[in-house]
Design a protein around this ligand. Structure first.
Ligand SMILES: Nc1ncnc2c1ncn2[C@@H]1O[C@H](COP(=O)(O)OP(=O)(O)O)[C@@H](O)[C@H]1O
Ligand SMILES: Cc1ncc(COP(=O)(O)O)c(N)n1
Length: 267
């Protein structure tokens, strides 16, 4: 495409600015995209964890989507926290109507603090209604295990097997993130149906990893309209995230797991 991509995040909030919709907008801006948002939940959270969640009614999520997308079509969409099954179905239904060219689904379930961001009973709707509409899903290891109803992968080989089984659920492409495994490198696996690609980055020695998943999925959505294909896009997005992690310790935000740092760069 030519021009500035208009990219939509459908997600929950983080007042500390490290994760959720706030992280998504920072990522879009840093990567030269025009950011738009549809809020699914207001979350009282910070670097130390989630205190409370105020859900947005599904009808109002639909109203936001209709209002926005009838005026401004999105060149790409990133989906994050959906909070419950009704919101999940509302988003699925809007995707069927508006058919954005690229849909990146980060199946957010549990915050790093351990708090649930998607009701346990909504996992079925996510799997059955939303997964088939996504061009790429970006689960971490606990999310992949939950989607498959299996124990969490502990090795790269187990990750590869689970990524293949995720494709078997009817998704087009899977980026299975390996940040939760130990090791000097953070290895993610991209399965496109045609290729299986290992994406490796040095593990940045920081505890400030709040918002890594949000940042990666947003970077993919921001970059996809201007890159050749998914492997190219995901590589560039991971490079951006690794840079943001390297810069994380220059920030001093909060008393818990601090956020990654978004800085402006030309990609
Ligand atoms: N310390 C780190 N250094 C470099 N990359 C990391 C680090 N921690 C996580 N990542 C990368 O950040 C992305 C998201 O990480 P992961 O922890 O797997 O998922 P989530 O943030 O959704 O829990 C992945 O690309 C992962 O490889
Ligand atoms: C609203 C919202 N969405 C997602 C996350 C997960 O964050 P992370 O990227 O650290 O896994 C979060 N903490 N809050």
């Amino acid at each position: 495409m030519t021009g500035i991509p208009k990219v939509l995040s459908i997600a929950g909030t983080d007042p500390s600015g490290g994760a959720g919709i706030q992280a998504d907008l920072k990522t879009f801006s840093a990567l030269g995209a025009y950011g738009m948002t549809v809020v699914t939940a207001l979350v009282a959270q910070t670097t130390t964890g989630v205190r409370a969640i105020h859900e947005v009614p599904a009808e109002f999520v639909t109203q936001q989507l209709d209002t926005l997308l009838t005026d401004v079509p999105a060149d790409a969409v990133k989906i994050g926290m959906l909070s419950d099954a009704r919101v999940t179905r509302a988003v699925a239904s809007a995707l069927r109507i508006y058919r954005p060219p690229y849909v990146v689904l980060d199946p957010v379930m549990v915050a790093k603090s351990g708090d649930r961001l998607l009701a346990a009973e909504a996992v079925t709707s996510l799997r059955e209604e939303l997964l088939p509409l996504a061009d790429l899903i970006t689960p971490n290891l606990p999310e992949a295990a939950d989607l498959l109803g299996e124990p969490e992968a502990k090795t790269l080989d187990e990750m590869r097997d689970q990524a293949r089984r995720l494709l078997g659920l009817g998704v087009r492409r899977v980026l299975l993130k390996g940040g939760h495994l130990d090791g000097e490198e953070c290895v993610d696996l991209l399965l496109t149906g045609e290729e299986e690609i290992e994406l490796t980055a040095p593990r940045v020695p920081t505890r400030n990893t709040h918002g890594t998943g949000c940042t990666l999925s947003s970077a993919i959505a921001a970059l996809r309209p201007r890159h050749e294909g998914w492997p190219d896009t995901v590589r560039a997005a991971k490079d951006y995230l690794t840079g943001a992690l390297r810069a994380a310790d220059t920030l001093a935000v909060g008393h818990g797991r601090g956020p990654v740092h978004h800085f402006h760069a030309i990609w």
